[in-house]
Design a protein around this ligand. Structure first.
Ligand SMILES: Cc1cc2nc3c(=O)[nH]c(=O)nc-3n(C[C@H](O)[C@H](O)[C@H](O)COP(=O)(O)OP(=O)(O)OC[C@H]3O[C@@H](n4cnc5c(N)ncnc54)[C@H](O)[C@@H]3O)c2cc1C
Length: 380
């Protein structure tokens, strides 16, 4: 067992950290305030390989491992969780679904520009009436002549407006339940595909979240990913891996919040001493640092299993559950340790506190992670 990062991984961490500090840190609060999705950052992210982190080089990707992926997402989230969320949704949901289930022709057409960062991906599962119970979706794809005609709407879609390529799930045979759901790849500008309302969010405000509306969106069979009826099974596999990304995002955010608390408490004085000298503050800093490290190890273990080609449903759900829950506590206590200064926008604490809540909700709430974990434990 080797817990050390390789030299390449240490270098990767340093380069992504430097990128985040110089290209992102100065703009974080402006992007947040204006709910500006910084698309201007995408070519620079692509230069670092961050738009195609785990995809093979033959498809324009950076060919990195799942552990490398965690390092990248962690370092982006430490500075701006919104940017990390967008990078994770592009890599880990939309583009990943295509990389995992598309045929060669579809990969050349859709994955190559996504992996090179020349196009942006979105992934549409959630609907107004179906979130945790994703199989209860209502979007349908009906056969008409040789084509599929899609009708319905998708809710809370990351990059619902700006994505060039969208993967959406739709019912192709209602009688078959979850086995009657199929996946389709769509492109912006197609007739019948439209972005709806952009959400005004509590946090993660620099990551674009929109409704997607499908109204008689007619596509040829070449737009189906994998076989008819496989869409829901594909979805579960995409989410198994996607959750490692949200776990890494949680580790990065918790690390950022812990560092902000450590730095602030070291310089803030009350009662004639740095507040970091008080036992209660030291206990809490120690707790958060330990939890962040435990969450990192769980996350890297799930990523390592993925790199070994092994099943990681249980480990990715455990990592996502634990990392997101400890991140919420770290961000909350970061505000507390800042006192009144944690409540104002001059310090990063309040933004971590707003951003963090998404992590116990997106890609399966904590309650759903517990169901996934229990199902795995009881089936063992
Ligand atoms: C910023 C943001 C970005 C997102 N990006 C995407 C995206 O790109 N693509 C996409 O498809 N979706 C996306 N989502 C949707 C996200 O995955 C869902 O919001 C999430 O899965 C929860 O679904 P819901 O909001 O419908 O809540 P619900 O499922 O209605 O849940 C409400 C509450 O009920 C609880 N609950 C539900 N069922 C159970 C149960 N069986 N046992 C116990 N408790 C239960 C939940 O845990 C939760 O606390 C995004 C959401 C947000 C906020």
């Amino acid at each position: 067992m080797d817990f050390a990062l390789t030299e390449e991984q240490q270098l990767l961490r340093r380069s992504v950290r430097e990128f985040a500090e110089t290209e992102m840190r100065p703009h974080v609060m402006d992007w947040d305030e204006a709910q500006h999705f910084p698309q201007e950052l995408l070519p620079k992210l692509a230069e670092l390989g961050l738009m195609g982190i785990q995809f093979p080089e033959r498809y324009g990707g950076a060919g990195m491992s799942a552990v490398d992926y965690c390092i990248c997402i962690e370092e982006l989230a430490r500075v701006d969780p919104s940017v990390a969320l967008s990078v994770a949704a592009h890599n880990g949901l939309g583009a990943a679904h295509i990389a995992m289930f598309a045929n060669e022709e579809q990969k050349q057409k859709y994955l190559v520009p996504l992996a090179k960062g020349e196009a942006l991906a979105a992934w549409g599962l959630t609907e107004p009436g179906s979130g945790s119970d994703a199989a209860a979706m209502r979007t349908v794809a009906a056969k008409d002549g040789g084509c599929w005609v899609l009708n319905g709407s998708k809710m809370f879609i990351t990059h619902g407006t700006s994505a060039d390529t969208l993967v959406v799930m739709a019912i192709t045979d209602r009688a078959k339940g979850a086995k009657g759901i199929s996946a389709f790849v769509l492109q912006r500008g197609m007739g019948g595909l439209q972005a709806g309302k952009k959400e005004d969010k509590l946090g993660m405000r620099a990551s674009e979240t929109t409704e997607v509306i499908l109204q008689n969106c007619r596509v040829s069979p070449a737009h189906m990913l994998g076989d008819e009826g496989q869409g829901f099974i594909q979805t579960l596999q995409v989410l198994d891996a996607g959750r490692i990304g949200i776990a890494a995002l949680s580790v990065g955010l918790a690390q950022g919040a812990y560092e902000a608390a450590r730095n602030y408490t070291a310089q803030r004085t009350q009662f004639g001493r740095a507040i970091a000298s008080f036992p209660s503050i030291q206990e809490r800093l120690s707790e958060h640092a330990s939890r962040v490290e435990a969450a990192r190890l769980l996350t890297y273990k799930a990523a390592w299993l993925k790199d070994q080609g092994r099943r990681m449903t249980l480990d990715s759900a455990m990592a996502k559950l634990y990392a997101s829950e400890i991140a919420v506590r770290a961000a909350e206590d970061c505000v507390q340790m800042h006192g009144g200064y944690g409540f104002v926008k001059d310090y990063p604490a309040e933004k971590y506190f707003r951003d963090v809540k998404l992590l116990t909700i997106g890609e399966g709430t904590s309650e759903i992670q517990r169901l996934v974990i229990a199902r795995q434990l009881l089936a063992a």
